[in-house]
Write a new protein. Structure first.
Length: 347
């Protein structure tokens, strides 16, 4: 099998610098969940560090500990999927910033016997219901946190939340709740060093949402939002491409050595084109390990094709919009069995 997922590290670096410029004066947090959106955690974290990235969003404690081993002691690594006392202890041991969105985790912190204090960012639920402490429970959570700070078990680092980015009005309502939660924290003597509310889209489009940190995942990888502005408008570029080669040619069409087993949704069959030596041709069928492209007279076994992404006719988000999903899902579906090949502009 010669199909590959090719990642241009120089394009990635350009995106990181574009993100930094776009969210300034806030600091970008590079989100690397799910093996850096299936691009390869170790290589991208190393390149991000070399480009000056200091904050990483690692989703869970296991990933956060892996990022710590790669990025070194000076990086700040924020995780927010925390399962309980064992995760908290592991997060403290790895010197991670812990996003706490469940009051029961404060009880777990109080009961820990592990050495060291936890760097905690409290999450207020601003209406998205992706965990987070409910507004009616916020005062009690602040009181509990203040006690843990006094006991030396917690260092209060920040307040954060997610927003829906579904409409400006919804996001404005969420921000009002967020600001009220921060005011309440300050009123009881908990001054956050960091506030973070925005992710990629709001971080680029709405300056008032940037606060101290902006969590940027998709845009760092050159994945634009479905139904939103294009890559050129955002100033980002896709960093990865799914490439494959012609495996055989027969009366049924041109057969290419990549399929649904490698991450291409079968629902895309008949809905998009790939560039060939004879011009665009429709992908007519997507099987388990191969896809069939409409024939062209000069097709030859071994001819390379770029299926989607950098240099292709369609980006990950272009494909996503055809099946009513988002570009991140298309990227995350790329199978780990496909080799990741890393290139630079000089390659």
């Amino acid at each position: 099998m010669s199909a590959q997922y090719r990642v241009d590290l120089d394009a990635f670096a350009r995106n990181l610098h574009r993100v930094r410029d776009a969210v300034a004066p806030a600091e970008p947090m590079f989100v690397v969940k799910d093996d850096a959106y299936a691009h390869g955690l170790e290589v991208l974290v190393r390149r991000a560090r070399s480009e000056g990235v200091r904050w990483f969003g690692a989703f869970d404690v296991v990933t956060g500990a892996a990022v710590r081993a790669i990025a070194g002691p000076d990086a700040r690594i924020f995780v927010w999927l925390i399962g309980g006392a064992d995760d908290l202890a592991a997060g403290i041991a790895a010197d991670l910033d812990l996003g706490v969105g469940d009051q029961s985790l404060l009880d777990d912190l109080a009961a820990l016997t592990a050495d060291g204090s936890a760097r905690v960012h409290l999450k207020i639920d601003t209406g998205l219901h992706r965990n987070g402490i409910r507004p009616e429970d916020w005062d009690a959570a602040l009181a509990r946190t203040a006690t843990l700070v006094e006991q030396g078990r917690v260092r209060f680092e920040g307040i954060w939340s997610h927003i829906s980015e579904a409409s400006d009005a919804d996001d404005d309502d969420a921000r009002a709740l967020f600001l009220a939660a921060r005011d309440a924290a300050r009123a009881v003597g908990l001054e956050p060093r960091f506030s973070h509310l925005a992710a990629s889209a709001a971080g680029f489009a709405r300056g008032e949402f940037r606060e101290d940190l902006v969590r940027v995942g998709a845009f760092s990888y050159g994945i634009r939002p479905a139904g939103g502005p294009g890559e050129a408008e955002l100033g980002i570029e896709p960093i990865a491409s799914l490439t494959a080669t012609v495996a055989s040619v027969d009366s049924q069409g041109v057969h290419v050595d990549v399929g649904s087993a490698h991450g291409l949704p079968s629902a895309l069959a008949g809905r998009f084109d790939v560039a060939t030596s004879a011009g665009p041709r429709r992908v007519e069928a997507i099987g388990f390990t191969s896809l069939t492209v409409a024939p062209w007279e000069t097709a030859e076994v071994g001819e390379p094709l770029t299926i989607f992404g950098r240099g292709a006719l369609c980006s990950a988000t272009d494909l996503a919009e055809l099946i009513d999903t988002i570009g991140e899902e298309i990227a995350l579906r790329v199978s780990p069995v496909l080799p990741r090949v890393y290139t630079t502009g000089r390659a």
